[in-house]
Design a protein around this ligand. Structure first.
Ligand code: ZN
Length: 230
């Protein structure tokens, strides 16, 4: 009899990092359950990318949840605040940028945990990265460790089932170039991904926001061409 594969819930924004994370989970033999959010982001276009990536990776199921964080605002991604453009790398790495969305990863991971427990899955993947976005407090290893501990205290599976939830962060210590290399080796089609915080009306990247700058730097360091650059 064939051994049943373990299920994993993977947070999939549609960006380069989450696409690579999805393929890392696939390479580890998990049955993939991809989770995306329509959270009032100005770059809603990324959800089309998420759907294409999920299809390409052969996920069992892709769920897009509506959680309108724009009702709260407080971020350049969910409010009428301009997205910073043309910033130097030193600037990007310093402080918490206005593109930080209040408690976003706490909200997203909580919903991923709810789905995981419903599925009987203990493995959750998130493509956070502590190097390039050192400013985001909810991308730090300390946050992930604290969330994991909370997940095991907060769930029936953790308390009664003897299950141990794990939050996997395969990219947390990688540079953008290392992430692109990892994704390339695993067969990610980066033409399907979308990284820009403030894309044009037709969905093409702005080329100047922090996310576009980091993406460009990552491909340049590898001597590769970004398939989105035309
Ligand atoms: Zn951009």
């Amino acid at each position: 009899m064939q051994k049943q594969k373990l299920k994993a819930v993977v947070l999939l924004s549609g960006g380069l990092d989450s696409a690579t994370t999805l393929y890392v989970a696939r390479s580890q033999g998990f049955d993939l359950h991809a989770l995306s959010f329509r959270y009032g982001q100005r770059h809603i276009h990324e959800l089309d990318s998420a759907a294409r990536i999920a299809r390409a990776a052969g996920v069992m199921r892709h769920v897009v949840l509506d959680v309108n964080l724009r009702a709260f605002g407080g971020s350049a991604l969910t409010d009428d605040i301009a997205v910073p453009k043309h910033r130097e790398m030193a600037e990007i790495g310093a402080g918490i940028p206005v593109t930080y969305v209040p408690a976003r990863n706490t909200v997203f991971l909580s919903l991923a945990l709810a789905w995981a427990e419903s599925l009987g899955a203990t493995d959750i993947f998130i493509g956070v990265n502590a190097l390039d976005y050192s400013g985001y407090p909810d991308c730090r290893p300390e946050f992930i460790a604290a969330f994991e501990q909370m997940a095991n205290l907060a769930t029936k599976m953790g308390v009664e089932g003897g299950a141990r939830f794990r939050i996997h962060t395969p990219l947390i210590k990688l540079t953008k170039a290392q992430i692109i290399k990892t994704g390339t080796d695993l067969g990610v089609d980066f033409a399907l991904t979308s990284s820009c915080y403030d894309p044009r009306a037709d969905g093409r990247p702005c080329g100047a926001c922090d996310s576009c700058e980091l993406r460009r730097k990552g491909f340049a360091e590898l001597g590769l061409r970004d398939p989105l650059e035309r």
